[in-house]
Design a protein around this ligand. Structure first.
Ligand SMILES: Cc1ncc(COP(=O)(O)O)c(C=O)c1O
Length: 387
């Protein structure tokens, strides 16, 4: 039983209570507790010009909580700006030789693809792995035919933004390990919504932003890298990432040793307001329990799929509960539906092959029924026009 009742959560998200907000995969609306976390930070800044020592202690406290939330240790978590920064740290920090290759799924999020495509001039081969159209999610079998002795990395999204498919990252990591390859995962669409245990996934790097499942406004990200490996070298270096800074921070010409923990990837000052907000967001998420959030969004998905079946509307992604997420892409191509739904006041995202409907902890069964009513009206309109 959750400490916070999921049915009452909605009141904490005014924008979700106001309209029909079905766009968690784009961004989640700000909640009152996260706003309070930001306000508390700004009040301190306003009134005291900054108790920086306390703020930095709070950074470490939030780092520890985030690490535990991801099944990791605090020394395995770096704060970044967003997912892309974490993915680029991996693409630049991993050792590889010209002629080595990286495997990417066709249709990947641009921020996964560009991080590696940008390494091609240095000799990295990028191999695009086709998505199995019948299966609609990726596992070890998807990648195995494309992997060889020169495969250094498999890079993929845990949950894919354009289909909602949940890829079998743990199975893909096992395949990669057997071949001496690494796995770099973009968990932006999974963290805070699905249970994510970074160590259990067996990846070498896991990157995410915090503005979707983690409920914080844009501008904060995280990078997990397992401590014992140190397989990623930092590309940039600033005081925060140095293991042996001079006591008086006078820098000579001696050797610069990067820290051994994930903080070697951190440069300069932190996004302090966002980290304070993340502390408040973790209170909220853990008060509900991420396993309950996962069950809740999948239940809403079951309900949606039943409606879609009755309406004759397909999904572009998988329908099996274990292979889907909070994201559903309705097979409603073309601009007509996007315009119609926007005119009906729905917040959804048109993506590639259809209309993306994505649930957050604040959505409820009534939202799904209301969506089905709007879809039914849309179908009637189309039938009417055709008649
Ligand atoms: C899978 C995935 N990765 C990354 C991002 C965003 O990247 P960033 O956090 O760097 O802005 C998104 C969506 O915003 C996404 O859906």
């Amino acid at each position: 039983m959750s400490a916070i009742d999921i049915a009452n959560l909605r009141t904490l998200f005014p924008a979700a209570a106001e309209g029909l907000y079905l766009d968690a995969a784009h961004q989640t609306p700000l909640s009152l507790p996260v706003r309070a976390g930001l306000d508390a930070f700004y009040d301190q800044a306003l009134n005291t010009a900054g108790p920086k020592k306390r703020w930095l202690a709070r950074v470490e406290e939030v780092r520890g909580r985030l690490a535990a939330f991801l099944g990791a240790g605090p020394h395995e978590i770096a704060f970044t700006k967003n997912t892309s920064e974490g993915l680029n740290i991996a693409a630049h920090g991993l050792r590889w030789e010209p002629g080595d290759n990286v495997l990417l799924l066709e249709g990947e999020h641009p921020n996964v693809a560009y991080a590696w495509l940008n390494r091609r001039p240095q000799g990295l081969e990028v191999r695009m792995v086709p998505q199995d159209r019948a299966k609609k999610w990726a596992d070890a079998d998807t990648f195995a035919p494309y992997l060889d002795a020169r495969t250094r990395v498999i890079a993929l999204s845990h949950v894919m933004f354009h289909s909602g498919q949940r890829n079998d990252v743990a199975g893909i990591s096992q395949l990669a390990r057997r071949h001496g390859s690494e796995v770099v995962v973009d968990a932006m669409q999974a963290v805070g919504i699905l249970e994510v245990n970074a160590r259990a996934l067996g990846v070498s790097a896991l990157a995410s932003g915090c503005h979707k499942g983690l409920l914080v406004p844009q501008g904060l990200g995280l990078l997990y890298t397992p401590y014992e490996t140190e397989m990623l070298r930092p590309t940039y270096m600033a005081l925060a990432g140095v293991a042996n800074p001079d006591e008086h921070i006078v820098v000579g010409a001696g050797n610069v040793e990067p820290r051994t923990d994930a903080q070697r990837f951190e440069i300069g000052n932190f996004n302090l307001p966002a980290i304070h907000a993340l502390g408040a967001a973790l209170d909220l998420i853990e008060g509900v329990g991420v396993s309950d959030i996962e069950r809740h969004v999948l239940d809403l998905g079951d309900q949606l799929i039943a409606h879609l079946d009755a309406l004759g509307i397909g999904l572009t992604g998988p329908v099996e509960r274990e292979h889907r997420s909070h994201i559903h892409v309705l097979d409603l191509p073309g601009p007509w539906w996007a315009d119609f739904l926007a005119a009906e006041g729905l917040r959804v995202s048109p993506v590639r092959e259809g209309i993306r409907v994505s649930f957050g902890l604040y959505n409820n069964a009534d939202d799904v029924d209301r969506l089905a009513d709007v879809l039914r009206r849309g179908l009637r309109k189309i039938a009417h026009r055709a008649a």
